[in-house]
Each structure stands twice: as C-alpha cells, then as structure tokens.
Write a protein that binds this ligand. Sequence first.
Ligand SMILES: Nc1ncnc2c1ncn2[C@@H]1O[C@H](COP(=O)(O)OP(=O)(O)OP(=O)(O)O)[C@@H](O)[C@H]1O
Ligand SMILES: [Mg+2]
Length: 391
Amino acid sequence: MHSHDGHTSCLSRLHPNDILFRFNIGKRMKDITQRFHDIHEEKSTFNLEHGITEVQTVDDFWRQTSSDITEPVVYGRNQDREKIVKFLLEDASNSEELSIFPIVGIGGLGKTTLAKQVFNDHRVCKHFDLTIWVCVSDDFNTKTILQSIIECITGQNPNLNSLEAMRKKVEEVLHGMRYLLVLDDVWNEYQEKWKQLKGKLQCARAAKGATILVTTRLEEVASTMQTHPTYHLKKLSGDESWSLFKYHAFGPNREETEELVAIGKEIVRNCIGLPLAIKTLGSLLRDQSEVRQWINVKEGSSMTNEENSIMRALKLSYSNLELSLRRCFSFCAIFPKDFAIDKEELIHLWMANGFIESERNIEVEDVGNKVWNKLYRRYFFRKQSVMSMVW
Ligand SMILES: Nc1ncnc2c1ncn2[C@@H]1O[C@H](COP(=O)(O)OP(=O)(O)OP(=O)(O)O)[C@@H](O)[C@H]1O
Ligand SMILES: [Mg+2]
C-alpha cells in the first residue's frame, strides 16, 4: 500500500479497507486449506496409492458364501435354474471332459443365489455323487481351493503343506466320482492360474459328467476358462422386480396404500432389475409408513453411502481394479452424475493428465480404448448413443 507522497506509511497499512481485505484473504486461505484437507481425506478413500491386495482383505468375511439357501423366496429364476439343471443332467453328463459352466453378470444380480438354487435342486443332488461349494473371491490360489475341496468332502482340514500332497489327496477324494464343484465369486483373469487348478482337477480322473459351475462378475474370467457356453444372467423383469420389492417392503401384513405403491413402483424402476438394490431398498422401507420417508428413498437421500450394501457391492468392483484403472475411473468424478461423456474425449483427457501411456508397440489411443473397455465391461459406464457415468 502506498501513501500519496510515494512513501510507505504505517498509518496507511492500518486503513480499515486494508484490514477488511486481509481478514477476507485470511478467511479464504483458511477455507482453501480446509478444502485441500478435505480433498486429501477424500482421496484416501479412493485407494489410489496402494495395490489391490491391501484393499481387499477388509471385505473378505463379508464376501464369504456357503451353499445353504438364505433367501425365503427367489423371484424370476425358474427358467435359468431349469436351463442350468438341464445342462448338468444332459449335456455335461455325456461329456468325457470336465465341463465348466460360468454364470456371468453384474454385482448383486443374483448369480450366487441362482447357483445355490441349482446346487440344492433335488435332481442335481441325486445326479451327482458329490457336491462341493467353494467361495473363491479375490484370492484365487490353487492350493487354497484344493484345500477347501478336501475340507468340504472330508470335513477336516487336510493340514498338508505341499501342492503335490494336496493334489494327491484331491485325487483320492474325487477319483471315480461324478462331482459338482461350485466356484463362487471368481475374479481371477490369469490364464496360468486357472490352468494350474484345472490341471490338478483333471488329474483326479473323476467320473464322466463332473462339472464346475462358476459365478463371476467378469466376462474376462469366463474367457480365461476357454469354455462354452457362458451363461449371461439377465436382470429381473418389471413384474418380478415389483414382487420382490413388495415382499420386502410390505411383507404379508402391511397395508399397500395407493400412494406408497405409486412411489414404490418408481423406486423399483430406478433399480433396473437388480435384486440386490430392490431388496435393500424394499427392506429399508419395511418399517416406514410415512410417505415422506418413501419419497426420500426414491430420491436416494435417505441412504448413507458407506453403509448400504449396494455401495459395498459396487466398491468391491472398484477395489478389484488395477491401480491405473482406478485412477482413470476416479478422474471421472469431475463429471456430474448422469453426465453424458464422449468416449474419445474422455480418452484424450486421460492422456492429457498422464493417466495412460503408450505400451511397447500399442498407441496411446488404443491403450485408452482398452482401459475404457475394461471399465465398461465392469459396468462403470452405461452405453447411450453417447456414454454416461453410472454412479
Ligand atoms: N431372484 C431373486 N429373488 C430374490 N432375491 C434375490 C434374487 N436374486 C438375488 N437376490 C438377493 O439379492 C442379493 C444379491 O444376490 P447375489 O449375492 O446372489 O448376487 P451376486 O450376483 O452373486 O453378486 P456378487 O457379484 O456381488 O457376488 C442377495 O441378498 C440375494 O438374496
Ligand atoms: Mg455372488
């Protein structure tokens, strides 16, 4: 600040406007520092600095499944069940080779639920000498899987250290048996790992008709298995979705007022045939009879993101992304929800920000295309005539 005669004066520094200016600047700096702090905090929730394994262990227990039927009523899966049972009892049963049947679909679509239906079907139980359920999740380890198989059949932990000993034991328990093995929730995309497990199982010389039923979110997992056919599970129809919602939201005794039904139908429409979402929102409304509460759920405002299981399911897909993909996806947070994104433009933005680089002899645009395809196949984007984010 300068005085009229060109000298810096102490008094002028104390001019009220100056004080106000400093006060405002001070406040803005404080706000900005706070925002940096918030961004830093938020950044840590995206796990952009750590490898996949570190993130995974947190969800492990929650992801564990077993073969028992936990769902009181399963809606709209009779046809699916019949098709798979038919495959097991007819096609697979005549095959000399070990049959593999992968069920593929987005998280929360009901793959595990369907696999349980098949696993517990009386015709299936009768047809197979042995039925074995192994929850694989993100840790695809031949030794651990073989150990689970042995434990499942004998009821005892084999306590064997070497892979060779484990293989021998598996051969002992599976030899000459027509077995059904369910590998639930597989994420492994490595050809080698899959070949190793399959090799060990083939060594066991089981009886004709032995089959592996796999559930996975990823198309790549099914292609790794190089098998035919892949079963793409479909979303529930409008009527099936409504029945499932009604079951959870109203239960047997609750009055279905016209007003709640109308809002409920809109909520169901937003769930795009995804049982996990329908069930979660239906159950959330079970004890709530206020119209306002239903409207809140419809508008998505009454869910705390950290807690609800839909977010947990989606977060798992995110945690399973490689670090570079996670960065590319997180970057999309700059776009508003439901924003239509042009694919080429997005790839250029990734390039400009240094998130993707050319690999050996692959052009950087093609790398961008690969990244985009991976995210798309994991359902992070939804196709329109243009692309939009699924949040
Ligand atoms: N057809 C259905 N009828 C009623 N409830 C269902 C149906 N399908 C799934 N559910 C319920 O929805 C939830 C999610 O289903 P499930 O765990 O089978 O999904 P998933 O496809 O295996 O998901 P993930 O990819 O996370 O393993 C479960 O609570 C299940 O009980
Ligand atoms: Mg599952």
